[in-house]
Design a protein around this ligand. Structure first.
Ligand SMILES: [Mn+2]
Length: 355
């Protein structure tokens, strides 16, 4: 599997006149190598690949990283890298310009004999299509989130704080097998539900509040992401109206996912429904985003999303309406694009849930 990924990368390296790349970011380096640790370096040349780590990770790298020569460094990494670059006869080395810090860039530019060239998302473009193992990990992460959500429906009561609900949610995510969270959970109630990214606070959840839960977990290094908005007690007519518009937009967008359409076309399907119903000014973010090793990756499903969707891409569908100082609603599913449309990985109910 990793050999296959390395071969795909080498094809792109050749097209871009690179005879080596340096991967330091966890998502790209670990995707290419199978490593699950951090703070290590993958140098991939056109016919050899060298994995550089320190004594904390050498044993782990030897068991996980099969398609690389493993080297342990002590002392100055720039000198060690310089030797590896010369050993592999690399003249033009690609680097992750969005990850390598400026001070490290300067250090390597000074010490390495090769030219340093930005990779412009070369590995991310390969990562955009998920293979069956990756989809299986994301599916598992999504099903853990569904299970934890069911626990929260039994747990949450008016009078609890958002923080209490957040902690309980995280407990169940881990209990059901997650290694961690995809991002700090959003637990936003009442007027705070109009904050699209309102993290849990000490605010008490009251009768009549909407409660938005946006959360995800990590399983085998892959993320899930879902949002549900539930009602504490009873909803007003306006709450019900807004909820149903968001749900209609979310379901229409779900039906429009298929290979060949762009992210912006799907975004428009959901956005138009919200606009037609008079709430266009209250939906400010993109309809969705790619999910994988990172919680936000390509393709973007937004007005700017010009990537053509293809089978194997994993994206979210999450329209929302946010009325400042009143309330907000967002409903989000995680989907994988298939040959004919999409498969929805989030299974939690979407009809209005009353606690
Ligand atoms: Mn999301």
């Amino acid at each position: 599997m990793f050999e296959n990924r390395i071969e795909k990368l080498r094809e792109r390296m050749k097209e871009n006149c690179l005879d080596g790349v340096l991967l330091v970011g966890d998502p790209n380096r670990n995707y290419m190598s199978g490593f699950t640790g951090d703070e290590s370096f993958a140098v991939i040349g056109l016919d050899r690949a060298i994995f550089i780590t320190d004594s904390r990770f050498t044993e782990q790298a030897k068991s996980q990283v099969k398609d690389f020569e493993i080297r342990q460094y002590n002392g100055k990494i720039e000198e060690f890298l310089s030797d590896v670059v010369e050993e592999l006869e690399i003249k033009t080395l690609g680097f992750e310009e969005d990850i390598l810090t400026f001070d490290k860039y300067c250090l390597y530019a000074k010490n390495l004999s090769c030219k340093l060239v930005p990779m412009e998302g070369m590995v991310e473009q390969i990562r955009i299509i998920k293979d069956s193992d990756e989809v299986a990990a994301i599916k598992k992460a999504a099903s853990i989130a569904d299970e934890a959500f069911m626990k929260i429906l039994q747990f949450v009561k008016p009078g609890m704080t958002e923080r209490e609900v957040g902690v309980e949610l995280e407990y169940w995510l881990k209990k059901f097998g997650a290694s961690g969270l995809s991002f700090p959970s959003i637990v936003a109630s009442g007027e705070r539900s109009s904050l699209p990214h309102g993290q849990a606070t000490d605010k008490v959840i009251r009768m009549g509040d909407f409660l938005t839960l946006d959360f995800g977990c990590v399983y085998n290094d892959y993320c899930s992401d879902m949002t549900r908005t539930i009602v504490m007690g009873n909803a007003t007519e306006k709450m019900t109206e807004v909820y149903n518009i968001v749900l209609k937009a979310q379901e229409a967008a779900l039906k429009s996912f298929k290979p060949g359409v762009t992210g912006s076309e799907v975004d428009k399907v959901g956005r138009d429904i919200i606009k037609e119903n008079g709430y266009g000014n209250y939906f400010g973010h993109g309809l969705g985003h790619g999910v994988g090793r990172e919680i936000h990756e390509n393709p973007r499903v937004s007005p700017m999303g010009n990537t053509v969707l293809r089978a194997g891409m994993v994206v979210t569908d999450e329209p929302g309406i946010y009325l400042p100082n009143e309330f907000g609603v967002r409903i989000e599913d995680l989907v994988v694009i298939t040959e004919n449309g999409c498969e929805v990985l989030s299974k939690s109910p979407k009809d209005m849930i009353f606690i």
